[in-house]
Design a protein around this ligand. Sequence first.
Ligand code: ACO
Length: 321
Amino acid sequence: MKYSKIIGTGGYLPEKVLTNYDLEKIVDTSHQWIVERTGIHQRHIAASNESSLTMAEEAARVAMAAANISSADIGMIIIATTTPEKIFPSTACLLQQRLGIAGCPAFDLNSTACAGFVYALSIADQFIRQGAVNNALVIGSEVMSRVVDWSDRAVSILFGDGAGAVLLGASDEPGILSTHLHADGTHKDVLFLQNALGKPTGLETELYMQMNGKQLFKLSVNILGQLFDETLAANHLQKSDVDWLVPHQANIRIIEGMAKKLDLPMERVAITLDEQGNTSAASIPLALDKAIRDQRIKRGDMLMLEGFGGGLAWGSALIKY
Ligand code: ACO
C-alpha cells in the first residue's frame, strides 16, 4: 500500500507589512485590543501586481526546490483559494501553464475557505494512495486583503495575504495516516462571501466577507474538539502520540484551547498568526513550512493538521512527517 509523504514545503509572503498600529489609523481599534482578542500583531498585504496565482507560483517553486524535483515530475495540482485569480480557468491551470507541464489534472478548491487546504490535501492523498499520481502539488493561496471591507473593524483586523505549498510524493513509508472532512450548511450565514454572480438583480448586496465572529468562535471550539477525538480514534492513537499541532490560524484563543484539548504545550503548536494574521487556506501550509524550515518539526514527528471555515467546512489530517 502506498502512502502520501510530504517531500517538500514552501511559502511566500508579500513584502508589505500592515501592523496593528497602521490599522489604528484606518479604523477605530487599538494594537492592545487586537493582540488581546486575536493574538495578531501584523499581516502581509499583496502588492497590486501580486495575486493568488503569483504567490502560489513562488511557494510552489520553493517547495519543488526543497523536494529536489522538477515541474515535469508533478502529476497533479490543487490550489485551495477563496480568492482565485479568475473564476475560470482555475488558478491551478494558470500555474500549470507557468510551470510548463500541460496534461496533468489541475483544479481549484474555491469554496471551502479556511478548511480548503485540508480538503485539498485529502483529495491529493486519495489519488496517490490509489496509485493514480506519484507527486502532487497542494497549495493554499489567498489575497484576503481584496475581499475584506477595510472600514469594518470586526473583520479587517483579522486577515492577511500569502501562499503555502506542500509537495506530496508516493512512498512505502507511512506519511498521511488519515484525513477527516466535514461540512454543515446549516451554518451558512456565520461566514460568507457573496459574489456578483449570485447577486439578485436590483438588490444591493454586500460583496465583502461577512462574519459573525462570536458564533464562529463557539462553533469552532466544539467541532475541532470532536474532530481530534475522531482523528485519533480512527488511528487507534492517544493524544500523547501527537508531537505537533498545525492549526488554521484564526485566533490565538481558539488555538490555545485546541492545544489544551490535545495536552500539548504551546511550544508544540506551529504559530504564524502573530506575524501573518489569518491567511485563510494558506495558513496551515505556511505554518507547516515555517516549523519545518526552522527545524522545529523533524522527520518522524506526528502532526495534527486542522482547518475550519465558511460552510461551515472543517477537516483534519494526521501525518507522520
Ligand atoms: N477594535 C476594537 N474594538 C472592537 C473591534 C476592533 N477591531 N472589533 C470589535 N470591537 C468591539 C465590538 O464592537 C464590541 O464592542 P461592544 O462590547 O461595545 O459592543 C467588543 O469589541 C467585543 O466584540 P466581540 O465581537 O464580542 O469580540 P470577541 O471577543 O468575540 O472577538 C473576534 C472578536 C476576534 C472576531 C472573535 O470573535 C473571533 O476570533 N472569532 C472567530 C473568528 C474566526 O475564527 N474567523 C475566521 C474563521 S474562518 C476563516 O478564516 C475564513
